[in-house]
Design a protein around this ligand. Structure first.
Ligand SMILES: Cc1ncc(COP(=O)(O)O)c(C=O)c1O
Length: 391
């Protein structure tokens, strides 16, 4: 045992505890949903990504159970060595139909999907331009890619991006990467402008729509659908671990040739197991429910608007937006942690506080998220609890 490692780790944890930044994830004792159980108490969960309330939907559970009974636990291998189950192919077809691309390929996570897409499409002759507030999975995917140049442009700053693209000179490929919905702000990328900019500069546009799929657009088909540019994004990535069933998994959705190239050469596909087949079955059922019950999306937005309006009426200042993410900036990291603890201990409400380094210093926040399975009374209780602790 390396004692230095143990001592340094303990010291790092003690330092986090002193600064009030130590995280203490709650242990769930009942399925995820707007109502769950933690520490033997019933709680209202207002910070999960279970936007459509499908994580505990009996049909998603039944499809997952049926999947494990029919096919077992998984491929016990990577796909190219030992094969793919039919549900993987069916899910990939359904995801592509949902988001409006020719094809899609699944991975065990969207973290892997971003790594696969960016490192496959970027070589030494590629410039990648990435929004400053992109998700950590994009940041790391760009870092580990072999891209010859890596540019971070200011958040949704189209003028800066235009300038950066104009000044590039001769590069083999330019790739602009952005979240569709930004997870910490709850704002959206201006996709029609980005499409135009990318066309003008012969750049590839890659959009991670993890918080947009199932949420944005009248039928939940994602941020491109919401903004009228469905079918015009070169490469879409997204997760199956939020609105689309909440278990795990990610996808790259793109033209068939791009998807086939990824399945041939992307390292997270070649060297890592397939999405567990029961999870693929559950996610496929979640996509089916979304396609047949678009009223869930309308309900989600109704609740998110009620939440924003109710907080404003009570004198609070949630960030503006039209997504299901409603952040309230509270300042320093320790205060976000304190408010989060008070919400749980005094009101039975689970809302995580996000602080540095997840968000910039001084902009720690409570991130509230609506869930289509919440009742109107849940939203009222949530507003009352936030107002009580913020007073
Ligand atoms: C924008 C974005 N991309 C990717 C991911 C990673 O998704 P997964 O949990 O499927 O790896 C997340 C998850 O938080 C996300 O918010």
């Amino acid at each position: 045992m390396n004692e230095g490692l143990r001592t340094a780790s303990a010291a790092a944890l003690a330092d986090m505890a002193t600064r009030g930044t130590l995280k203490a994830p709650p242990t769930l004792e009942a399925p995820q949903g707007p109502r769950s159980r933690i520490g033997g108490a019933d709680v209202l969960v207002a910070c999960s990504n279970d936007y459509l309330g499908l994580a505990a939907d009996p049909r998603v559970i039944a499809a997952t159970v049926d999947g494990v009974q029919r096919y077992g636990a998984g491929t016990a291998s990577v796909r190219f060595i030992c094969g793919t189950f039919t549900p993987h192919l069916e899910l990939e077809r359904d995801v592509a139909n949902l988001v409006g691309t020719e094809a899609s390929l699944t991975f065990v996570s969207c973290w892997d999907a971003n790594a696969a897409a960016i490192s496959t499409l970027a070589d030494e002759n590629t410039v990648v331009l990435s929004d400053a507030l992109n998700h950590a999975s994009i940041i790391d995917a760009v870092r580990v890619s072999r891209a010859g140049r890596k540019v971070v442009y200011p958040h949704v700053d189209l003028v800066a991006l235009d300038e950066a693209l104009s000044g590039l000179g001769q590069w083999g490929r330019r790739i602009v990467v952005t979240d569709g919905v930004f997870s910490m702000e709850g704002d959206v990328a201006p996709l029609p402008d980005l499409v135009e900019l990318c066309r003008r500069h012969d750049a590839v546009l890659l959009v991670d729509d993890s918080h947009g799929v199932g949420v944005m657009g009248p039928d939940g088909r994602g941020t491109p659908s919401d903004q009228g540019v469905m079918g015009e994004i070169d490469v879409l990535t997204g997760t199956l671990g939020k609105a689309l069933g909440g278990a795990a998994g990610g996808y790259v959705a793109a033209p068939a040739a791009v998807v086939e190239l990824l399945s041939q050469v992307a390292r997270p596909s070649l060297f890592s197991n397939a999405l567990p087949v029961p999870t693929a079955c559950g996610a496929r059922e979640a996509v089916r429910i979304l396609r047949t019950e678009p009223q869930r999306v309308a309900r989600l937005h109704h609740l998110a608007s009620r939440l924003r309006d109710g907080l404003r009426a009570a004198g609070l200042d949630p960030l503006p937006g039209a997504t299901a993410i409603v952040p309230i900036i509270v300042g320093d990291t320790a205060r976000a942690g304190l408010l989060s603890r008070k919400l749980r201990d005094e009101h039975g409400v689970i809302v995580t506080g996000f602080g540095y380094p997840v968000v910039p210093e001084g902009t720690a926040r409570l991130r509230l998220q609506a869930n289509a399975a919440m009742t109107d009374d849940d939203v009222t209780a949530l507003i009352d609890a936030i107002v009580a602790v913020a007073a």
